[in-house]
Design a protein around this ligand. Structure first.
Ligand code: GLU
Length: 288
């Protein structure tokens, strides 16, 4: 099996040392196995993506000494494929339109029931809505999001797999592997197709990991539980299952998370201060 890894940044800010860790693990894993390293620009967020951030991604990764295969996939050019996958879920009866606003969801949600990101679980306002009420909103020109009917999806999963649990293999930094039980139900009726763009992070990532034949996914542990939902989508869509590594999230000394607005840990700011690619590897604990 050829090892295929990927680094999949969203171009809505400059890369920081946390991104460097994801990119370097993915790159080094592919190179060590004589495999392939892919770069994917996750730019479905059309309002937030900026061409200068995309250019900066190429520049910063080059500076780190990474090489990747061309052409680079830009997700914003592949909405058709994401919709085709959504169509399969619709055909299985697993998606439904939802017109709820954030405020309506907050007002109706149970504050004690939160998803793995800490957001209130969608209280099912449009689940089971009549064709008339959906039609009336569509006729008024309102665009719906499409949500996964989680209970129906879990039933479809059971029909397919019986009692075989949904799992994924997690590889730790020391190379040891463990099998993790996926519990997608904690996400509730997650959004699979957004209102504003014809895709969502979870849908586009599983479609592209499958299409590009990605065998190893490397990303920060803030996305660890996102894997549960992505495993469910892979299963429903008949996609192969990659192996996962969720590396530690690099924080400030006081424990605050780095973000794209924390310029000081940005790769370009460090470079401007005279850091070298070898320094970055040292800072994040990766040997050169
Ligand atoms: N595009 C996502 C991000 O920049 C990463 C997605 C992934 O690696 O699965 O946070």
């Amino acid at each position: 099996m050829t090892v295929i890894t990927r680094f999949a940044p969203s171009p809505n800010g400059y890369l920081h040392v946390g991104h460097a860790l994801s990119a370097l693990i993915a790159h080094d894993t592919a190179r060590a196995a004589d495999g392939r390293f892919l770069l994917r620009i996750e730019d479905i967020d059309l309002d937030r993506r900026r061409p200068e951030y995309i250019a900066a991604i190429f520049e910063d990764l080059n500076w780190l000494g990474l090489t990747w295969e061309e052409p680079v996939l830009h997700q914003s050019e592949h909405f058709k494929e994401y919709l085709a996958a959504a169509d399969k879920l619709i055909a299985l009866g697993l998606l439904y339109p939802c017109f709820s606003t954030r405020a309506e969801i907050l007002a109706a949600a149970d504050a004690d029931v939160v998803d793995p990101d800490g957001a209130p679980v969608y209280p099912g306002l449009w689940r089971g809505a009549s064709a008339e009420s959906v039609g009336a909103r569509m006729a008024a020109g309102d665009a719906p999001a499409l949500r996964l009917n989680m209970a129906a999806a879990m039933q479809a999963l059971k029909a397919k797999r019986g009692d075989e649990p949904l799992t994924f293999v997690e590889v730790a930094a020391d190379g040891s592997q463990r099998t993790v039980a996926a519990e997608p139900q904690h996400w509730g009726d997650a959004i699979i197709v957004r209102k504003d763009v014809p895709a969502s992070y979870h849908l586009s990532v599983v479609v592209d990991d499958a299409r590009q034949g990605v065998t190893h996914v490397t990303r920060g542990e803030d996305l660890f539980r996102a894997t549960d939902l992505q495993r469910l989508l892979q299963e429903l869509l008949g996609f192969p299952v990659p192996i996962y590594t969720h590396h530690r999230v690099i924080c400030w000394a006081d424990g605050r998370k780095l973000s794209k607005s924390n310029r000081d840990m940005g790769l370009r700011a460090l470079r401007d201060e005279g850091a070298t690619a070898a320094d970055i590897r040292r800072v994040i604990g990766m040997s050169a």
